[in-house]
Design a protein around this ligand. Structure first.
Ligand code: SF4
Ligand code: F3S
Length: 104
């Protein structure tokens, strides 16, 4: 599976949801997740993310995030169409230590 990781927080560009063939993205207030049970591992979303926040779960950068994607995708609503990103999304792109800002 692929998972969404830390740099999505407060960026939430949502380009990813438009390309997923199985519509397995779920949206929170300032972050998105993938449902690992629904992801078919196609990899199409990875290069679409302007924040480079999507990785295969085998990648070191996905540590901790598989569990977070699994848990949050159970309660967040499905999202298949790109909405409006935060106005300050670009300012948060690449910032470190955003994990504590994740709104659940
Ligand atoms: Fe969807 Fe493919 Fe990305 Fe999985 S890897 S979330 S199936 S676009
Ligand atoms: Fe997040 Fe990237 Fe999608 S910033 S919402 S994973 S396009």
């Amino acid at each position: 599976t692929y998972v969404v990781t830390e740099n999505c927080i407060r960026c939430k560009y949502m380009d990813c949801v438009e390309v997923c063939p199985v519509d397995c993205f779920y949206a929170g207030e300032n972050f998105l997740v993938i449902n690992p049970e629904e992801c078919i591992d196609c990899g199409v979303c990875e290069p679409e993310c302007p924040a480079e926040a999507i990785f295969p779960d085998s990648d070191d950068r996905s540590a901790d995030w598989l569990e977070i994607n699994t848990e949050l995708s159970k309660s967040w609503p499905n999202m298949t169409r790109k909405g409006t990103s935060p106005v300050d999304a670009d300012e948060w792109n690449g910032k470190e230590d955003k994990k504590a800002m994740l709104s659940k």
